[in-house]
Design a protein around this ligand. Structure first.
Ligand code: SAM
Ligand code: SF4
Length: 329
């Protein structure tokens, strides 16, 4: 147990079609969202058990009110790393305060450099604002800035080189992510996945030799490579899952603890917090449950011969905790 992804809200100001393809959603009740004190207690319990890397996510985490104040509180925990994944729309306004409060790594999702494609993917006009957010974070000198690009065949697979060039221009490393069949990816199909192997082959053809650089640590999701003047990461979660090395778990904004991105059910930590569990009881519960963990969801999915979207729309509507935007990606 080393990495924790903490979702701060299930709400989002974009509607990326691989994550939130529908028009209407069942949102988590506001009173169920963990408050700052509850989040701080949870993070303390997790760090006491070995978590040293915390990533704030969502939904869109920058929609969470007073986020810099929350970051400052969480920054008090003994963490090696306090990271944030954002769609970047609100980053220009918040980057400075977030970095000052203790965020040391920012990952911005950027799938396309073309405003028209961005509009069709996200149903939003905010492409220029996302780029301004990225550039603001870069100019403030955040210690690590990454750009996440989900590669979808027929949508952005002709932009790999352009995304690398943009990353180099702003000083951010691009991570190409295989399109996953999780949560709201109800339009997922195998033929729209551009495999990591194909991404490498394409870049080798267009830019020259691609050299493996390994992982930054054994449990890192991305394999890193260099090509021409750039380095980039590749997350092969669909075609070459890495469950055996996974040290991550997730907490939804309402306190469900998930041992795997594909977990069907989580453990209700909000109930424990609100029934008055002591810190020692919380730690004992986390420790007991983690020792029983046998999650290998992505490997099980990869082994399926007829791979369809993970869940249908009706089930997602009835069980919002299965949504990618609820579990935090
Ligand atoms: N809203 C923030 C953002 O977009 O960066 C944080 C939450 S989002 C769920 C976290 C990450 O999950 C994003 O980088 C997004 O691209 C990725 N993601 C969502 N759906 C995906 C899918 N079907 N396959 C691969 N990655 C996906
Ligand atoms: Fe897009 Fe992130 Fe919002 Fe999902 S949660 S719709 S990936 S911006």
């Amino acid at each position: 147990m080393r990495s924790l992804r903490l979702s701060l809200t299930d709400r989002c100001n974009l509607r990326c079609s691989y994550c939130m393809p529908r028009a209407h959603y069942c949102w988590l009740p506001k009173q169920d969202l963990l408050d700052f004190e509850e989040l701080e207690r949870l993070v303390a319990a997790f760090t006491a058990l070995g978590v040293s890397r915390l990533r704030l996510t969502g939904g869109e985490p920058l929609l969470r009110r007073r986020l810099p104040a929350l970051v400052a509180r969480l920054h008090g925990a003994p963490l090696e790393d306090l990271a944030l994944t954002t769609n970047g729309v609100l980053l220009q306004d918040q980057a400075e305060a977030l970095i000052a409060a203790g965020v040391n790594r920012i990952t911005v999702s950027l799938d396309t450099l073309q405003p028209a494609r961005f509009r069709s993917l996200t149903r939003s006009q905010e492409h220029a604002r996302v780029l301004r957010g990225i550039e603001a974070a870069a100019s403030l000198g955040v210690s690590e800035l990454k750009l996440n690009a989900v590669v979808v065949r027929g949508f952005n697979d002709d932009e790999l080189e352009d995304l690398l060039a943009y990353g180099a221009e702003v000083g951010a490393e691009v991570r190409f992510i295989e399109y996953m069949d999780v949560g709201g990816a109800t339009q997922w199909s195998r033929d729209r996945v551009v495999s990591g192997a194909e991404i490498l082959a394409r870049l080798e053809t267009s830019l020259g030799p691609v050299r493996p650089m390994g992982r930054t640590r054994p449990s890192a999701t991305a394999l890193r490579y260099s090509v021409a003047e750039s380095t980039f990461g590749l997350v092969r979660s669909t075609t070459a899952p890495f469950c055996a090395d996974c040290d991550r778990s997730r907490v939804t904004a309402d306190g469900q603890w998930l041992h795997c991105l594909y977990a069907s059910r989580g453990l209700d930590l909000r109930r424990e917090l609100r029934r008055g569990a002591s810190d020692a009881e919380l730690r004992a519960l986390l420790s007991r449950e983690w020792s029983r963990r046998d999650a290998r969801g992505a490997e099980e999915r990869a082994a399926e011969a007829e791979r369809e979207p993970w869940r249908g729309e009706d089930e997602l509507r009835a069980r919002p905790h299965l949504e990618m935007h609820t579990r935090g990606g």
